[in-house]
Ligand binder design. Structure first.
Ligand code: 13P
Ligand code: SF4
Length: 342
């Protein structure tokens, strides 16, 4: 479709307004504007909504994303939004989660991208763990595929993991697949946690010396880490929590300088959304999240391949959905329990 020069100019302005905070020049914005315009036009025409995880690149988050958030917030948005079609810009397991929660909607992923955590455990391994620990309940992190969710008693995300585990009826919990999050969890709950050998290849990379170095260089810095980092890192930071709770922390803090011990997309998001705050230190790129490019989003809208359309066999979907439903139920109960104890 032909684009008028005035709508192209407006699009370049719109993009530059947000993206200059993360170092994008007007020239960069001129290069992507025809694509973002086309994506946004197709999106309206097809009654589609684009959900973008915070680890996506800024052109996706701010150029075409209707909502940017963490795995929990985006799952909720997928359930509440009236659009007929969901384009999920993130790794595959998140697209699967959206499909589980919205069986009647079409969910499309621009790339079938993996995740070192989701790839670390399969259904057969969960069944074996259950046999080894018959008295334990099984809680799976949302970074798992549907077949693993289907074998679990409840799912959880980084934003509700403590509440879900606390509300489980068992005293022993098999927590899969993130070993480091499981070890952090052991320090935060009264339950006995049985861990698995999965790790996030991004968050396991941070070392304690870089945190100490930032503290000596920036006296009033507040340091925030994702709970997929090691307990050694979590012990050194001012706050550990999921993506959206980090955002809330920065929003409510009077501090001016922050370090995010997390993925680079999050750093970009904070720079774009809090231009008055200074974000210091390093970040690490997630190669899976970064597989998705703007052109993939356009192609997924125009002509999705069967591989890009999320489809989950009904026998697995039904049981996986039950573990997500259980998560919503347990998180309420767990939050009430934690409040009572505090
Ligand atoms: P969130 O649950 O915070 O979105 O994290 C998902 C993830 O993949 C973190 O590495
Ligand atoms: Fe998976 Fe880690 Fe990438 Fe998140 S950052 S998608 S947990 S590999």
């Amino acid at each position: 479709m032909k684009t008028s020069s005035s709508s192209l100019s407006r699009e370049i302005e719109r993009l530059h307004e947000k993206l200059h905070h993360v170092g994008w020049t007007r020239k960069h914005c001129e290069m992507i504007a025809p694509t973002t315009l086309e994506i946004n036009r197709l999106k309206t025409e097809q009654n589609a909504v684009i959900l973008a995880h915070s680890y996506q690149t800024p052109d996706i988050m701010y150029g075409v994303g209707d909502y940017v958030g963490d795995s929990y917030g985006l799952s909720r948005m997928a359930m509440e939004h009236p659009a007929r079609k969901i384009i999920f810009c993130s790794v595959y397991f998140m697209g699967e989660t959206a499909k589980l929660l919205n069986p009647d909607k079409e969910v499309v992923v621009p790339r079938k991208a993996g995740c070192s955590l989701a790839d670390a455990v399969n259904a057969e391994q969960v069944r074996r763990l259950r046999k080894q620990h018959p008295d334990a309940g099984v809680v799976c992190y949302v970074n798992t595929y549907a077949e693993v969710k289907a074998e679990s008693d409840a799912c959880c995300t980084s934003s509700n993991v403590v509440a879900v585990v606390e509300a489980m009826p068992q005293e022993e919990i098999i927590f899969i697949p993130d070993k480091l999050m499981g070890l952090n969890l052991q320090n935060m709950t009264s339950k006995k946690i049985i861990t698995w050998e999965g790790t996030c290849i991004v968050h396991e990379e941070f070392d304690e010396s870089s945190i100490k170095d930032i503290r000596t260089r920036f006296q009033d810095v507040k340091i925030l880490a994702h709970p997929e980092c090691s307990p050694g890192i979590v012990a050194l930071v001012d706050f550990a929590g999921g993506t959206e709770s980090m955002l809330k922390y920065v929003q409510e803090s009077s501090a001016k300088t922050f370090m995010l011990v997390s993925e680079c997309g999050l750093t970009d998001r904070f720079k774009a959304e809090f231009p008055g705050k200074e974000i210091v230190g390093t970040c690490i790129l997630c190669p899976y999240m970064k597989e998705i490019h703007l052109d993939d989003v356009l192609q997924a809208l125009k002509n999705p391949t069967p591989e890009q359309i999320v489809n989950i066999p009904e026998d697995i979907a039904e049981r996986a959905r039950a573990s997500l439903d259980r998560m919503f139920e347990l998180e309420q109960k767990g939050r009430a329990l934690l409040k009572e104890r505090s």
